[in-house]
Design a protein around this ligand. Structure first.
Ligand SMILES: NC(=O)c1ccc[n+]([C@@H]2O[C@H](COP(=O)([O-])OP(=O)(O)OC[C@H]3O[C@@H](n4cnc5c(N)ncnc54)[C@H](OP(=O)(O)O)[C@@H]3O)[C@@H](O)[C@H]2O)c1
Length: 214
């Protein structure tokens, strides 16, 4: 598939590399191409452009920017460039305040997630929450002694979720579909839980698994 990635941070770079390794075409979007100079040398098949270039290019788009500026980045990417397309929302609503005893602060509350805000601002875009509650080092085909970890996803459009399900499968994840956009109220805070072992004992390699009836 053609993948457009909005972002140049660790998540954008990890996912971008993963898509390339799995044979997809990738355009990375950034306001500052210099951010990606080193990564581009290691990934010569990727194209680098603006947020709008990435959004236009992608049949599937990934949003991987700082949560506080997610809507600004989407506006710069252009709603029309993403209309009707699946957009993986990997962002988290992390506030600028420091964590308390390893617990991140969010600028949202339990009755409204960041993804719902984005979905409301751009109703024509098919947002799917995914990849927000695992560190970038474990996003692509991670190996854990306990087997495949679980990617919790949600979103309003079933076809978009089917596309994201296919990608998660390629990237070595089991999928747990939690339903519509409101489920992001529960999925986004998984990021807080995921980060606690990192902050309190510098352990940053783990993932969630949902154990289910066989
Ligand atoms: N780090 C992880 O392992 C991890 C794991 C799961 C989820 N997440 C979430 O994924 C997202 C990306 O995380 P990250 O660590 O890769 O990067 P980040 O440092 O949170 O974000 C970097 C990106 O934010 C963009 N940005 C910053 N200020 C901006 C502004 N004023 N307007 C528009 N764009 C702006 C930057 O754009 P330019 O490219 O133009 O500089 C850059 O692409 C975050 O929401 C984070 O919570 C992170």
């Amino acid at each position: 598939m053609k993948i457009g990635i909005i972002g140049s941070g660790d998540v954008a770079k990890a996912l971008g590399g993963g898509f390339l390794r799995h044979g997809h075409e990738v355009t990375m979007g950034t306001r500052r191409p210099a951010n990606l100079a080193e990564w581009a040398k290691q990934n010569p098949n990727a194209k680098i452009g603006s947020f709008a270039d990435a959004a236009k290019f992608g049949e599937l788009v990934v949003l991987a920017v700082k949560g506080t500026v997610a809507l600004d980045a989407l506006k710069a990417a252009g709603a029309a460039n993403m209309a009707g397309k699946p957009v993986i929302d990997a962002t988290n609503p992390i506030a600028d305040a420091p964590p308390a005893n390893g617990v991140l602060k969010f600028f949202t509350n339990l009755d409204q997630s960041l993804m719902e805000r984005l979905q409301a601002a751009m109703p024509e875009v098919h947002f799917v929450k995914a990849f927000n509650s695992v560190g970038n080092a474990a996003m692509i085909n991670p190996k854990f002694p306990g087997g495949k970890p679980t990617m919790f996803i949600c979103g309003n459009d079933d076809q978009a979720k089917a596309t994201v399900r296919g990608i998660c499968d390629q990237f070595g994840w089991e999928i747990a579909d939690m339903g519509k956009a409101e489920a992001a109220r529960a999925i986004e805070p998984l990021c807080m839980l995921w980060c606690i072992p990192g902050f309190i004992r510098n352990d940053w390699f783990h993932a969630f698994k949902l154990l289910q009836r066989g």
